[in-house]
Design a protein. Structure first.
Length: 477
């Protein structure tokens, strides 16, 4: 691994004697100061009643310091590494390195963070020493550090992924804010783990009962895997979307499978059934709205697809099959299947009337969501096909989306007509009220969404016609 030239490149700047001396001195002084303060408090009897409580407190403090290295310093090194390569005009050299995408990934993660990892290793030894001195159980320490490793790898991979996705723009400040939030979220989880009771708290993945920290780590590892695959794809296909079509389908399927595993135990409990199943429906919608944003097929990609279309008369059909709208329809179909599965799961545990009520709720939710979803996917398709002609089209679409979401809600307040909220996607949160589950109330929003979708399709087909003309002209050459 250390023969990787990327590791050598970053280590050369990190392990300069002056830099090691400065940061090493800061760490030693900080550790000495932290120990002196805690020992002084113990000697004067201000807080700690026994050496065990002193060691437990030092364990917690050094654990936070470990989080500082792994979940803040290391991600900060990764989150703008590609942008720095662009600024230093060395990104083209980075592209041409005869290394696989996985070796480039390892080279960046290890090379940029090797000095920080060395400090974190020293800190880890001190942390474990205080943990053993405080007589904290091995099992709890293992749970804490497995979750720490998984979450730190996740945050580092996300930092690098955001760096790759935004290397053409200076978005490092926004990325840093995300990482800082993630950093301050982690100590809360880990410090709660110091409570010995947490060692006995378990959670369920479907019917498998496991410790709660392992459950958190399992879901974090799921995103680690997909972040890793996303980085490999971006290094291999730089100008492609983050998700391929197959990748988008698999990610949506697996994310809903993981989400269903978390909710499955609650589906078996009658007293939590109604709010739980509705929460599952809304949470499972998140992938079908987020994934298309990272799977946008560009106009150039559509032109490339038509190259092997065979007869020119079939180009329109081929474009529709490979469009972003078709992708959204397939993702929505996956959501429908999983939502129906949830109703079938609870069927054996509740009365037939409750199952029928859930199916009615799902029917109205699906109809309304699909009508809104078609409009959203049409806007994404417009962005994809019109961007080459006008790069500022994104600003117009952002403005239309904001109007689409908030204008009906504003009108519902101004005119005191609550039914107008259903013209906005915000109305989906009120769809389960029985008084609104009527065709007279929901017909107008569905009709308007279909009209919006038809109008947007006119602009989409105009660009499709342009693309077909381009392909026909290329065929004549």
């Amino acid at each position: 691994m250390f023969l990787n030239p990327i590791i050598h490149k970053y280590c050369y700047s990190q392990f300069r004697p002056r830099q090691i001396w400065v940061f090493g001195t800061i760490y030693v002084c900080f550790v000495a100061l932290l120990s002196f303060i805690n020992i002084s408090i113990y000697n004067y009897g201000r807080a700690y009643r026994s050496p065990t409580s002193l060691y437990a407190s030092l364990f917690a403090q050094f654990l936070v310091l470990e989080l500082f290295f792994l979940c803040l310093v290391c991600p900060m090194n990764c989150c703008n590494v590609i942008y720095r390569e662009v600024i230093d005009k060395s990104f083209d050299f980075f592209r041409m390195l005869p290394l696989s995408a996985s070796k480039k990934l390892v080279g960046i993660l290890v090379g940029c963070n090797l000095f920080s990892l060395c400090l974190s290793l020293v800190n880890l030894i001190l942390c474990l020493a205080f943990g053993f001195a405080a007589k904290i159980s091995w099992d709890l320490i293992l749970q804490i550090f497995i979750s720490l490793i998984v979450f730190s790898v996740l945050i580092n991979l996300l930092g690098l992924l955001f760096s790759i996705l935004s290397f053409k723009k200076d978005k490092t400040k926004n990325i840093s804010s995300i990482l800082v939030i993630a950093f301050f979220f982690m100590p809360i989880i880990q410090l709660i783990a110091l409570d010995a009771k947490l060692e006995k708290i378990t959670g369920f993945f479907y019917t498998l009962e496991i410790p709660i920290l392992y459950l958190f780590s399992l879901y974090a590892f799921f995103f680690v895997l997909w972040a890793y695959l996303g980085i490999l794809r971006r290094f291999t296909f730089e100008y492609e979307a983050l998700f391929s079509r197959l990748g988008a389908y698999i990610f949506t399927l697996t994310s809903m499978f993981m989400l269903l595993g978390l909710f499955y135990p609650f589906f078996l409990k009658n007293y939590t059934l109604l709010p739980t199943i509705r929460m599952f429906w809304f949470l499972s919608m998140i992938p079908i709205f987020i994934v298309p944003l990272f799977s946008i097929q560009s106009f150039d990609k559509s032109l490339e697809i038509t190259r092997g279309a065979g007869k020119l008369n079939n180009l329109s059909f081929r474009l529709m099959i490979h469009s972003n709208i078709f992708l959204g329809i397939v993702l929505f179909s996956i959501w429908i299947i999983f939502s129906i599965v949830t109703c079938r799961i609870v069927q054996t545990n509740v009365s037939y009337k409750i199952v029928q009520a859930n199916m009615i709720d799902l029917k109205w939710l699906a109809l309304m969501t699909f009508s809104f979803f078609l409009v959203v996917m049409a806007l994404i398709e417009i962005y994809a096909v019109w961007k080459p002609k006008n790069e500022k089209i994104a600003y117009l679409l952002y403005f239309l989306v904001l109007l689409y979401i908030f204008l009906p809600a504003i009108f519902s307040i101004i005119f005191d007509k609550f039914d107008l909220i259903f013209l906005s996607p915000l109305g989906l949160f009120q769809i389960f009220e029985m008084k609104f589950q009527k065709l007279t109330v929901l017909f107008l929003p569905i009709l308007l969404n279909l009209i919006y979708f038809s109008l947007l399709c006119l602009f989409i087909f105009k660009r499709y016609n342009d693309l077909i003309k381009i392909r026909k002209n290329l065929e004549k050459i």
